[in-house]
Structures are given as structure tokens and as C-alpha cells.
Design a protein around this ligand. Structure first.
Ligand SMILES: [Zn+2]
Length: 242
């Protein structure tokens, strides 16, 4: 039997406070992650489009280079025309020129197409960039509050954790073991007050005898017959009995 139930209640309250703060810390972490993921998405898209633009630019360079080669070829072929001596040479030169001009036309079409694609892409990138800037500033705004809250929760946890360990040490070994076993098996609050003649942990209505026993002995405790949590009768402020 405990001398007094108070250390156990203190521990339970500290644990409740601690759990609330741990929950809020991980909740905040998730919120910050979510806010960051929007920025990350924009950043990723921006990089992707920028790479596409790079590819288009280098493709354009190659096409321009080929256009130059074709133009030089045409100039060379044109210069050869006056030197042609027979029908056969003339026909060959004509075919070569036609092919070179055709190729030049195709390359110029290709360059135009690339330029248009580039223009569209540049516009798209501009839009994505402004979205990125916007989401970045939203992230900064949102998270400055969240980060402050997270820091606060962190500080509370740092204070509550040693307190709970101190309180736990004060308990008799058997109670301490019971408390820890409960928490290990998922019962986060192994100590419960009786509320409305019920266990406030599992909400089962208790036998009047049990309630009366604990009411008569506010310093004692009993296990809930349903969930085995430690039950105690909450102190009532200055109750005057007549
Ligand atoms: Zn119970």
C-alpha cells in the first residue's frame, strides 16, 4: 500500500503533460514537413524545366552549326557553277545544290520550332519561379510560428522528462513496475481518477463498494477490475459533511 497516492497522481499528471507535448512536437514536425514539401515540389519542377531549357539551348546550337555548314556548302557549290564544263557535271551540281537547299530549309524549320519551344518554356519557367518565390515566403511565414511552438514544446519536454523520472523513483518498486508495465503495453495513463462512479480510463461503471472504499480512504488505491489501471478517489475541496 502506498503511504499516499499523491506521488502517483503527480507522476500521472506529469506524464499526461509530457505526452501532450511529445504529441504536439511530432504534429508540428509533420506540419513543417508538409509546408516544406510544397516548396520542394516547386523547386524540383523549376530545376526540371531549367534542364529542359538547357537541352533546347544546346540542341539549338547544334542546329545553328549545321545551318552554317549547309550555307557554306551552298556558297561553295554556287562558286563552282561557272566552272562546270559538261551536262553531267551540271546535273550533279544541280542535285547537290537542291539537296543542300532542302536540308537548309529543314534545319531552319527545326530552329524556328526550337525557338518557339524555348519561348514557351521560358514563360513557363518564369511562372514556376514566381510560384517558388511565393511558396518560399509562405513557408517562412508559416513555419516561423510553428518553429517557435516546436521550440516551446521541446523546452517543456526537456523539463518534464527529468521530473517524471524523479517522481517515478519515489514510488515503491512494485507500483513503479506496474506503472512501467502498463505504459509498455500501451496504457499511457495507468493512474485514473474515479469520475461519475466510473473508471476515467476505460469508462466502466465501478461497483459502489469499490467507490465507497476509495472515497473513505482518499490515500489508498485499487486497480480497475476491467482495465487494471490504478484508481483513486479525487480529492474534493473542503467537503463539509453533515
Ligand atoms: Zn478501467
Amino acid at each position: 500500500m502506498l503511504q499516499t497516492i499523491q506521488p502517483l497522481i503527480d507522476l500521472a499528471n506529469t506524464d499526461l503533460d509530457l505526452q501532450t507535448n511529445i504529441f504536439s512536437r511530432s504534429h508540428l514536425e509533420r506540419q513543417i514537413e508538409t509546408a516544406r514539401s510544397v516548396v520542394d515540389q516547386h523547386q524540383k519542377l523549376f530545376e526540371q524545366k531549367y534542364n529542359e531549357l538547357d537541352l533546347l539551348t544546346s540542341e539549338g546550337k547544334i542546329v545553328k552549326n549545321n545551318i552554317e555548314i549547309q550555307e557554306q556548302l551552298i556558297t561553295r557549290l554556287d562558286a563552282q557553277v561557272p566552272k562546270i564544263r559538261n551536262e553531267k557535271e551540271f546535273a550533279a551540281s544541280k542535285t547537290q545544290l537542291e539537296e543542300a537547299r532542302k536540308m537548309l530549309g529543314l534545319l531552319e524549320d527545326k530552329l524556328l520550332e526550337l525557338d518557339m519551344k524555348k519561348e514557351d518554356l521560358e514563360q513557363e519557367i518564369e511562372t514556376i519561379n514566381s510560384e517558388l518565390t511565393e511558396s518560399n515566403s509562405t513557408f517562412q511565414q508559416e513555419t516561423s510560428g510553428l518553429l517557435k511552438k516546436q521550440e516551446k514544446a521541446e523546452k517543456k519536454i526537456a523539463k518534464l522528462e527529468p521530473r517524471r523520472n524523479r517522481l517515478l523513483k519515489k514510488l515503491p518498486q512494485n507500483i513503479k513496475r506496474f506503472y512501467e508495465r502498463c505504459q509498455e503495453s500501451g496504457i499511457s495513463m495507468p493512474v485514473c481518477a474515479i469520475q461519475d462512479k466510473s473508471c476515467s480510463g476505460c469508462h466502466m461503471v465501478l461497483l459502489p463498494q469499490l467507490v465507497n472504499e476509495l472515497m473513505a480512504n482518499p490515500n489508498s488505491h485499487k486497480n480497475c477490475p476491467n482495465c487494471s489501471r490504478i484508481l483513486y478517489y479525487p480529492e474534493v475541496e473542503e467537503e463539509v459533511e453533515s
